[in-house]
Structure formats: C-alpha cells, structure tokens
Design a protein around this ligand. Structure first.
Ligand SMILES: C=CC1=C(C)c2cc3[nH]c(cc4nc(cc5[nH]c(cc1n2)c(C)c5CCC(=O)O)C(CCC(=O)O)=C4C)c(C)c3C=C
Ligand SMILES: [Fe+2]
Ligand SMILES: [Fe+2]
Length: 348
C-alpha cells in the first residue's frame, strides 16, 4: 500500500568513521578526543573514561597518530574521506535522489550530512553505516548519533537504517571478485585482518547472553550472531573463501588495531605477522574486510607497519589487497542496498 510518503522527497546519507581535519597534532587530538570519549567506543563510566582518554591517551598519542596520518595523507586530504566522497559521487550518478556523506566523528558530521539533505528538500533519509559487520563502536554509535541529531534538530524527518550486510550474497560476491582480481599468483596464505574490539563489547551487546567467544561464534546457528562482531567476521571470511574455492588451511583470520590494556578478540594481527613466517608462510596476501574504504588502519598499520613486521620476522613477500573503495562493482552493491531501503518508505 502506498502512503503520502510517495510524495516526500527521499535522500541517501553514507556514513563512515571520519578523520582529523588535518595532520596537525591539535586537530588529531581534537578528533581522538571526540572519538575516544564516545561511550560506545570506550565504554567506561564517564569519570574513568575521561581519566583514561584525557588524562593519559591524549597526553601521548596525538603526536604519534599525527605522524602516522602524515604517511597516508594525500593532496586531497584523508584517504577515508576522499574515498567516501568518491563513492558518493559515483552513487549520485546512478540514483535519482540526493546523496550526501556524514562522518561519525569530525567533519562533515552526521548533522552536516542530514542538513545538506534537508536543504535539498529531503524528509526521508536512507542512512547507510558503511560497516559490513555490526559493532557497538561502529553501527550502533552511528545509529544512536543520527537518532540524537534527528530528535534534537530535525524532528520532522524519517530515517531508515541499512543493517550490517556481511551476510548479503551481493556483497560477498563483490568482495570475493575484488579479492580474486588482486590476489598474487603465488601465496602461501591469505590473511583476513579485521579491526578488533574489546571482548567485553561482544558480551555487552549480546542480548541472548549465549556467546562465550569460543566455538559458538563459528557455529552455523547461535542466537547471539545478530550482534556478534566476531561471528560476523568469521562468516564473512567463510563465505568469501567458499566463493574463491580456497582451502581453509590457506586462510588466517586475525584482529588488528587494539588499544589499551583490555583483552581484545584474538588472534592479534601484529602477533600473527611475527609468528607465521617461522611456520613456513613466506608469501602472504592480506585483506581487511571490516573497512570498505582504505584508511589509516589499512594503509599505515597493515601495508607499512604490517609488512615491516612480517618481513623482519623472515617473511618474503607481503601483498596488501586494497579495500573495495570506489570500485564499480561495489557501487552497484551500495545502490542495491540503498534502493531496497528507499522502497521500504513506500510500505506501510
Ligand atoms: C571497522 C570498524 C572499526 C571498529 C570496530 C573500530 C573500533 C575501535 N577503534 C578504536 C580506536 C581507534 N581507531 C582508530 C582508527 C580507525 N578505526 C576505524 C574503524 C573501526 N574502529 C577506522 C576506519 C579508522 C581509521 C580512521 C582514519 O582516519 O583513517 C583510531 C585513530 C588512529 C590512531 O590513533 O591509531 C583509534 C584510536 C577503538 C578503541 C575501538 C573499539 C572499541
Ligand atoms: Fe559469538
Ligand atoms: Fe578503530
């Protein structure tokens, strides 16, 4: 059944994590402050979070992070923002509603993105968090922020959220094809390195309390899977390697970018890079499917630091496989996922 929404103007907001405004230490500090003071990222009570972030992390990390950002920054700006803009421009060419971008942290913010759409007359927004797998520190914080902005600043608009898409066949086919094209001829193993999260986050967001972070994450059916980041990473890997016809023995899954002293989900990517050459893996290909666009964590932590760790430990060839970025086949997937949600506005 069609309702009045047939006549409301629709639009798309692509949301990514965000980057500092520049590589200046003060801009990096401001960005890290906003990012790490998000209670969905560092989920301590405010006073403990402030002590840790403002009292410790922000006193030492910004200059190091700024140096790391300098190594990946381009003339156009941060790779993550530049690539998200490219996705926006390509998508805009193939859909007939306005497309804007918004970042969870720093600018252009989610509020800026929504305002840009509203100024174009949009009142029904499909918001796409650009994360294949669900996590409290990504999907959930984006939705929470967008709802806060909607209620406080734009109470008249509707937002329809695209859910994590790690189990959508169109996405898996797209990722598998992209990897297939970029795999080197000879490799001993293909490593899937996902961004890590603290173990506590997974327990916290499991409404069924049935995930124990052991075998259950790899089981076919467990009620916790809808909110289990670890399961969703395993499932992404399993379905992609099936499409690629790769034997499980040639595949490694690991988790990168941990921060602080908490226990994060294992195994840790950096430790893996240092141990596998001794087990005979000398030629390694690495892909990072938690990120749809290349960013600091892939271009610096994996392609530069990771390569160095691997080769210093006796590895010979390290081949980084770029993210989907603005590949046409990925734009096709983004278009289909957005159109599905746009159509839901017509349904009662
Ligand atoms: C892909 C999903 C991501 C998850 C899950 C995630 C969790 C998470 N991250 C931090 C801390 C940091 N992450 C940083 C950079 C960063 N993280 C993601 C994505 C996820 N993070 C991206 C895409 C980026 C790159 C941003 C860019 O500008 O390119 C950083 C900043 C860089 C640094 O100083 O190292 C921090 C810090 C935590 C604590 C966390 C889970 C709780
Ligand atoms: Fe799990
Ligand atoms: Fe991160």
């Amino acid at each position: 059944m069609y309702k009045e929404s047939q006549h409301s103007k629709k639009g798309i907001l692509l949301v990514n994590l965000g980057s500092p405004r520049s590589t200046d230490v003060k801009d990096v500090k401001e960005y890290l402050d906003e990012f790490l003071m998000d209670e969905k990222v560092i989920d301590y009570r405010w006073i403990f979070r402030a002590l840790l972030v403002q009292g410790i992390i922000l006193k030492t990390r910004p200059p190091k992070s700024a140096e790391a950002y300098k190594t990946v920054w381009t003339d156009e700006g941060s790779p993550l923002i530049v690539i998200t803009e490219k996705i926006q421009k390509k998508l805009q060419k193939v859909v007939d509603v306005p497309v804007e971008i918004g970042m969870r942290y720093a600018e252009p913010s989610i509020e800026t993105g929504i305002r840009n759409l509203v100024e174009k007359g949009v009142s029904e927004i499909v918001l796409f968090p650009l994360y294949p797998q669900y996590a409290m520190s990504t999907t959930e914080t984006v939705i929470e922020k967008a709802e806060e902005v909607r209620k406080q600043k734009f109470p008249g608009i509707k937002i329809n959220y695209i859910q994590p898409f790690y189990n959508r066949e169109i996405y898996i086919n797209c990722l598998a094809e992209s990897i297939r094209e970029k795999l080197p001829e000879n490799f001993d193993a293909l490593q899937f390195s996902y961004h890590g999260v603290p173990e506590r986050h997974i327990f916290k967001t499991d409404p069924t309390k049935t995930c124990n972070l052991n075998d259950c994450c790899s089981r076919e059916n467990n009620p916790s899977h809808q909110f289990c980041y670890r399961h969703q990473c395993f499932k992404t890997t399993e379905t992609v390697i099936e499409k690629l016809n790769l034997p499980k023995e040639k595949v490694i899954v690991s988790f990168q970018s941990r921060l602080g002293k908490d226990k994060w989900i294992e195994p840790y990517t950096d430790e893996t890079f240092e141990t596998i050459p001794k087990k005979g893996i000398k030629n390694l290909a690495v892909v990072c499917p938690a990120f749809v666009s290349d960013c600091l964590e892939t271009l610096e932590e994996i392609s530069v630091e990771g390569k160095h760790q691997f080769t210093s430990a006796g590895g010979e060839n390290f081949h980084y496989i770029p993210c989907l970025n603005d590949e046409d086949r990925w734009i096709d997937v983004v278009k289909i996922l957005c159109e599905e949600k746009l159509n839901e506005f017509y349904l009662v």
